[in-house]
Write a protein that binds this ligand. Structure first.
Ligand SMILES: [Zn+2]
Ligand SMILES: [Zn+2]
Length: 346
């Protein structure tokens, strides 16, 4: 373990290189908090940064934005107490630009995401804005609490979709975010939630959670989807795969006056069939990270415990910080797993 001035941190030094090393412990200024990290989850976007494919990431950087920990210190006024278990929305937003003024801090004009533009949570300590920090109950399950950030993505996406009780939802891509969207959509009242997924492992997990999973490469994909909505298509289609066939299917299978949610990130432009958007009067809605109010929604949802059983299925492996490089190797293996967590406890 590092001294007070330095700490152990996993650092991405440049594309393809991540190494556990001594790193400067962050020092906090007014309005900032220092968190002793307990768990941090590996996200697809951490892998993007590692591969040098993230369009705006800067090196060197400590990755990780899905962390939970203990509040060690802060400067400023707060009802929080040192020693509280905390979660923190992992973004720096300016608070003054037009989107921030509208509560849409997730699209702040000078948004900085931890683990991408500034050091994140694969370290003993992480610095965050004090106003983004929230206390958790002392008896919270910290492995599940490490899912608050991706859960917040799902809460944001479902709320932004305008999904209503009794609606149907198609989720294209059954990875962690796709399944979290499915879980939240059902909790929000969707009664017909279908997941389009190629991997048998992920499809089986989706079915164990009570969702129908259909392989988009299967011959009868179209018939099955249509039969499940009586030929109408879906009220909301969430495109989570970031693939060209994914966005094409989302537009094809959204019902008349339905909504297509663009969740998956793509680095290249894809052609889409505008005439279908026109003919069916579809709404096409992009979604980025999560607004602070929706992050709070995810904390409340986690604290309620109603989703615990399903969330637990998403925690596939936990590595100690000393094995963080192995954890990243596993996360890039394309194997059968959902979330990989790194624990700073031992
Ligand atoms: Zn993430
Ligand atoms: Zn702003």
């Amino acid at each position: 373990m590092g001294s007070a001035k330095t700490m152990q941190a996993a650092v991405i030094e440049g594309a393809q290189t991540i190494r556990l090393q001594e790193w400067k412990t962050p020092s906090i200024s007014e309005g900032e908090a220092l968190i002793r990290v307990k768990y941090c989850g590996i996200c697809g976007s951490d892998i993007h940064v590692l591969h040098g494919k993230h369009p705006t990431a800067t090196f060197p950087v400590v990755p990780g934005h899905e962390f939970v920990g203990e509040l060690l210190d802060f400067k400023g006024t707060s009802s929080l107490e040192r020693g509280n278990l905390v979660a923190a929305q992992p973004v720096f937003s300016c608070g003054n630009c037009e989107p921030c003024a509208k509560g849409q801090d997730n699209v702040c004009q000078s948004l900085k995401v931890l683990g991408c533009h500034t050091d994140g949570g694969f370290a003993e300590y992480v610095k965050v804005p004090l106003r983004k920090v929230y206390a958790l109950p002392d008896d919270i399950d910290l492995e599940l609490a490490a899912l608050i950030e991706p859960l917040a993505v799902a809460v944001h996406d479902v709320r932004r979709s305008g999904l209503k009780v009794g609606n149907s939802a198609l989720i294209i891509g059954g990875g962690p975010i796709g399944l979290l969207i499915a879980i939240v959509a059902r909790h929000a009242g969707a009664d017909n939630v279908i997941i389009s997924e190629i991997s048998p492992y992920r499809s089986q997990a989706a079915e164990e959670m009570g969702f129908a999973a259909i392989n988009p490469q299967a011959e009868n994909f179209n018939e099955e989807l249509m039969q499940k909505t009586e030929g109408k298509g879906f009220d909301v289609a969430f495109e989570v795969s970031g693939s060209k066939p994914g966005i094409t299917a989302a537009i094809d299978y959204a019902k008349i006056t339905g909504t297509v949610m663009v969740v998956g990130m793509t680095s290249e432009p894809y052609p889409v069939n505008l005439s279908k958007i026109f003919q069916k009067e579809l709404t096409l809605q992009g979604v980025r990270v999560h607004s602070q109010i929706n992050y709070i929604g995810a904390i409340d949802l986690l604290k309620s415990g109603v989703l615990d059983k399903q969330l637990r299925k998403l925690v596939s492996a936990v590595y100690p910080l000393k094995d963080v490089e192995k954890a990243f190797t596993f996360a890039q293996s394309g194997g059968d797993f959902f979330k990989i967590l790194v624990s700073m406890e031992d």
